[in-house]
Design a protein around this ligand. Sequence first.
Ligand SMILES: C[S@@+](CC[C@H](N)C(=O)[O-])C[C@H]1O[C@@H](n2cnc3c(N)ncnc32)[C@H](O)[C@@H]1O
Length: 282
Amino acid sequence: MINLTSDNLQKIEKFILDYSGIVISRIPAKGIQEKIGQHIALLGLNSVEDYIFLLKSPSGGLIRDELMSRITVAESFFFRNPSQFKYISTELFSEFVENRRALDLNEIKIWSAGCAGGEEPFSVAYIVKWFLRAKPDAKFYITASDINSRNLEKARQGLFKPRSFRKQSWEFQKEYKLPLTEENSDGYRIRREIREIVNFKFLNLKDIDSLKTQAGSDIILCRNVLIYFEERFRIELAAMFHKLLNPGGMLFLGETESLSSFNELFELKHCLGAYGYRKIRQ
Ligand SMILES: C[S@@+](CC[C@H](N)C(=O)[O-])C[C@H]1O[C@@H](n2cnc3c(N)ncnc32)[C@H](O)[C@@H]1O
């Protein structure tokens, strides 16, 4: 296997930063170097220069995908930070449904940006189905995106192992009295009516122009993703989320993340014990 000197590693880290915004040292997982080394060996390459050449080449999509699938952290579980889901389902949806006509809008557009294996967008789809029981005329469109194609493929299948469920995942379903999954010999399968309302797609958040497809969003969840990015990119992304949100739209981040330097664009809102960010200026 090729010797990954610190000089070689720096070159690869620079590529990863430029391509995805990810700062490798922020990834807690061990063995990243080995994973990259194995990838280079699998491709049968003799130098890091050749590896980087392939990663940068226009036809290197599959190689870039494979590298991202190896290094990204896909840790997630259903109804993570349940207060945010409670707030969205019991307060925000009703508000948006009422404002639809005034804003001349139709669907409520929700985007899970950095959706990992699908736990987050299926939790969203679940509360949408719950809400539709009371307001069947409401219209929703859910997009779930990620840079990790392998996880997107897995998410589309809607099959999960017990580790995607925590105590709060079961408590949430008990409270909402709606089953999320059906048991399957391979684990838990998301019920079809919930599964089929999530639209998965590949989106690299670093490719800022490609995010324009998400214009007109009402809710953006980008939770536990910004922590891996450098500050400059976080600032750029938050400004882009602001542009993509409809008036009054909301951005939700992970429990340990904050947008402290954005108080002129977003207002911090208490959401039943959690937080969200409300767009405040055009
Ligand atoms: C820790 S998971 C968070 C999953 C979910 N949002 C949650 O909070 O449970 C982080 C996700 O961000 C994705 N990600 C990292 N960099 C990305 C980028 N540049 N574009 C899109 N997704 C990215 C990773 O592939 C991973 O699936």
